[in-house]
Each structure stands twice: as C-alpha cells, then as structure tokens.
Design a protein around this ligand. Structure first.
Ligand code: 4NP
Length: 152
C-alpha cells in the first residue's frame, strides 16, 4: 500500500483535483487497493469548505465522484502516516516542511517534477483557468504513477 497526500494552499482547487484524478486513474487500472490517497491544505483559510466550483466542474464532466470531500488541514502527525507529500507549487513545499517539521525521510515532492518539469501546477485561483490546472495535474499524476511502479 502506497500512501499519498496531495497538498496545496486551500485544499479546494488543486490538491483535491489531484486526489480524485489519481484515485480515478488507479481505479481504472484495477489498482485502487494498492493506494491510500488524500489531500489537504497548508492554510486554514478554507477549512471545512467543499470543492471550488471550477474543480467540481472538471470532475463532474469526467464523471468522477468527490462525494463528502471537505477541505482539511495538513498536520504534523501526518508525516508518519503517508509515504509521499506532493505539493502543487514551491510555496506549498515551504509550508509543508514548516508544518511537518522538516523532511527527514525525503517524502516531500513537487508534482510536476515527476513529469520531468520542475515548475508549479497552474494555479487557477486568480486566473479562473481550471483547464490548464487539469492539463498539468493529469500529466503529473500519470508520471507519478509511472514513478511509483518503477520503485517497486
Ligand atoms: P487551492 O486554491 O490552494 O488550489 O485550493 C486556493 C484556495 C484558497 C486560496 C487560494 C488558493 N485562498 O487564498 O484562500
């Protein structure tokens, strides 16, 4: 079982999109039993909120369920509970290290690094452009999956 925590600032746009796209991806490969996947925020700003409309619209279009998802906060105690903490942008990584108390076991990663692109996922917060976010995340999670299979 590989345990993955996707992380962004508010846990209403990018990281839940990554969570549900990754779950759907491994589900279709018949591999969902091999993964535990969650997402959380570095900021309490949106704690308890449902997904942003833009992320919901993408998931609805794809027929992917996100039932019951509410924004959660990343906790220090999560560090031992997950194998990978995957941030959407560089600022997330800084906050993740602060919340988790460092990264002794090298668990913190940037999503697009798996795709060989050292850059942030497009942030839809100011642009409203959820399609670019979707394109980045769907690419990132496919390479993440490939990476994890090669680790085995
Ligand atoms: P997310 O998007 O981090 O992708 O969920 C944001 C959510 C909330 C805020 C910014 C980005 N905010 O400033 O409250």
């Amino acid at each position: 079982m590989i345990r993955i925590m996707f992380v962004c600032l508010g846990n209403i746009c990018r990281s839940p999109m990554a969570e549900f796209l990754f779950k759907d991806y491994v589900d279709k490969l018949g591999e969902s039993d091999n993964f535990l996947v969650r997402s959380s925020a570095t900021s309490p700003e949106e704690y308890g909120s449902g997904l942003h409309y833009g992320t919901r619209a993408i998931l609805d279009r794809l027929g992917i369920s996100y039932k019951g998802k509410r924004a959660e906060l990343l906790n220090k105690s999560d560090y031992e509970k997950y194998d990978y903490f995957i941030g959407m942008d560089e600022r997330n990584l800084i906050n993740m290290r602060r919340i988790l108390g460092g990264d002794e076991q090298d668990k913190i990663r940037l999503l697009m690094d798996f795709a060989g692109e050292h850059r942030d996922v497009a942030d839809p917060w100011w642009t409203g452009d959820f399609e670019s976010t979707y394109n980045d995340i769907s690419k990132g999670i496919k390479y993440l999956y490939k990476y994890l299979k090669e680790q085995k």
